[in-house]
Ligand binder design. Structure first.
Ligand code: FAD
Length: 459
């Protein structure tokens, strides 16, 4: 190993950020160079994405800037496109310029997961995921823009299509996004759209299994379905999306309808970049780890989080691995960083062990469901627990203070429900002005323009 070992952290999300934070604290300056590579200049606190989409929290406050938080690390904004651990070389594709190779001594693979999609006709063209802050901002603007569109037309079909919102996947990410956005749209219609009624909206959640929220007990999941249904939302269990063509949605139960909005939250899979590495993966494409979070057979490669198969030592069943969630990701990152420091100092690494504490989910303002250490909470107490838990968890005091300030302002001045539609296509007006200047007349809208002003397109 070189005099000053290079620790390469692939991904600056939950695992990457928390690992780097701990390493920069524990390895005094000069003992190691810590390089964090991520295509985004920030970590995203994903549990706050539904609230960011619903306007309860400013989207900038749910991300944590890597350069500011990691002053003693080298932050590279780019993607690792593959690596040879045998040669200790990683390929980096920077934001701009030629790809290059980076040599390292110790690897932390923490590139997370991507949406798990299916080959459903029209899904790639019309759907959008819900995993990053761009998608949250886009959806917020899109939903509010659909209310504007519906309120400004007399065509019943255009109005029905604009006010039909379809979500696929009933895990916590999907249910929270579904419930929070409906809550925002309901609030907006009630206060600012006298030509619309909340009864005009149709919110459809499609779930292939016979239940939603697998993270909580069946009775809590059933209660959540009942609550959503009581709000007029349509939860379809044991149902699959068959196709979506020109905004026409077809479901496996035979129902079909037009919908301008299709949000896909039906699970995740390990980052496919792993295929471009020589790290061992299991049948689900996850990096195979030892309980110490070392990659199997490679003592100087470590992994954790959504893309890692980490043995769950709290379960008796052989082969059990920890679930892909933030609760494990944060704790694994701390154990992983401590183990790297231990090994660099000639000590033995310790195994990771954590019993899953439970889940908290927000279902809109003052509504929620939670099951933590066996205690089941519904409604306002669950929502309050969701907020207090996540504000205690979001990294840095700066972000905690800003999130609390957002909530306080929204409570005092009401939440902000204005669509910044120009964010979806900021150059349009300028390009039209430039073209008009050149030709003296306004060009007809392109197919792309028409699409962006109406149906939702994957960005
Ligand atoms: C909407 C939503 C709500 C959620 N709510 C909860 C919740 O309430 N409770 C809970 O426990 N969990 C929740 N989760 C899950 C939780 O956020 C994840 O389990 C957690 O983020 C996993 O951490 P990670 O570090 O493995 O991945 P991530 O945090 O996703 O980080 C992966 C990082 O790798 C980067 N990356 C990707 N490709 C590359 C590449 N090629 N090179 C370099 N970097 C790369 C990404 O940009 C990203 O920054 C939620 C998830 C979502 C989407």
């Amino acid at each position: 190993m070189a005099q000053r070992p290079v620790v390469l952290v692939v991904g600056g999300g939950y695992v990457g950020l928390y690992t780097a934070l701990r390493l920069q604290k524990k390895l005094s300056r000069g003992r190691a160079e810590i390089v964090v590579v991520d295509p985004q200049p920030h970590m995203t606190y994903q549990p706050f994405l539904p609230e960011a989409a619903a306007g309860s929290v400013e989207p900038r406050h749910v991300v944590v800037p890597l350069r500011r938080t990691l002053p003693r690390c080298r932050v590279v904004t780019g993607a690792v496109t593959g690596l040879s651990h045998a040669e200790k070389r990683a390929r980096i594709a920077p934001l701009e310029g030629e790809p290059y190779e980076l040599r390292y001594d110790v690897l932390v693979m923490a590139a997370g997961s991507v949406a798990r999609t299916l080959p459903i006709p029209g899904l790639a063209e019309h759907g959008i995921g819900f995993k990053n802050v761009g998608e949250a901002i886009y959806l917020r603007n899109h939903v509010l823009a659909r209310l504007d569109a519906a309120s400004s037309t007399d065509d019943p079909e255009v109005r029905r299509r604009a006010l039909t919102f379809t979500f696929v996947g009933g895990g916590y990410a999907g249910v929270e996004a579904f419930a929070e956005l409906e809550d925002m749209a309901r609030y907006a219609i009630t206060h600012y759209y006298p030509r619309l009624s909340t009864a005009d909206m149709r919110w459809v959640l499609v779930e292939a299994m016979g239940r939603i929220l697998p993270e909580v007990d069946l009775d809590m999941a059933a209660w959540t379905v009942k609550q959503l249904t009581a709000r007029g939302m349509d939860v379809r269990l044991n149902t699959r999306l068959e196709s979506v063509t020109d905004c026409h949605v077809r479901l496996s139960d035979g129902d079909e309808f037009n919908s301008d909005t299709l949000v896909w939250t039906a699970g995740t899979k390990p980052n496919p970049m792993l295929k471009e590495t020589d790290l061992p993966v299991d049948e689900r494409g996850r990096v195979v780890c030892e309980p110490t979070l070392q990659v199997r057979g490679l003592p100087d490669a470590w992994s954790a989080g959504d893309l890692a198969a980490v043995p769950d030592l709290t379960k008796e069943s052989p082969g059990a691995t920890t679930a892909p969630n933030a609760q494990h990701a944060v704790r694994q990152a701390k154990r992983l960083a401590d183990n790297i420091v231990a090994v660099l100092e000639g000590h033995e690494p310790e195994p990771y062990r954590h019993s899953y504490a439970g889940s908290v989910a927000s279902l809109g303002l003052h509504k929620g469901v939670a099951q933590v250490y066996g205690v089941k909470l519904k409604g306002w107490p669950a929502w309050f627990m969701h907020r207090t838990y996540h504000v205690s968890r979001v990294p840095t005091f700066n972000r905690k203070a800003r999130v609390v300030a957002d909530w306080t302002l929204a409570a005092v001045f009401r939440r902000e429900v204005i669509s910044l539609g120009q964010l979806q296509d900021p150059r349009r007006e300028f390009v039209e002005a430039a073209n008009t200047g050149r030709t003296g007349s306004l060009p007809p809208p392109s197919a792309e323009d028409k699409a962006q002003s109406g149906s939702l397109r994957a960005s």
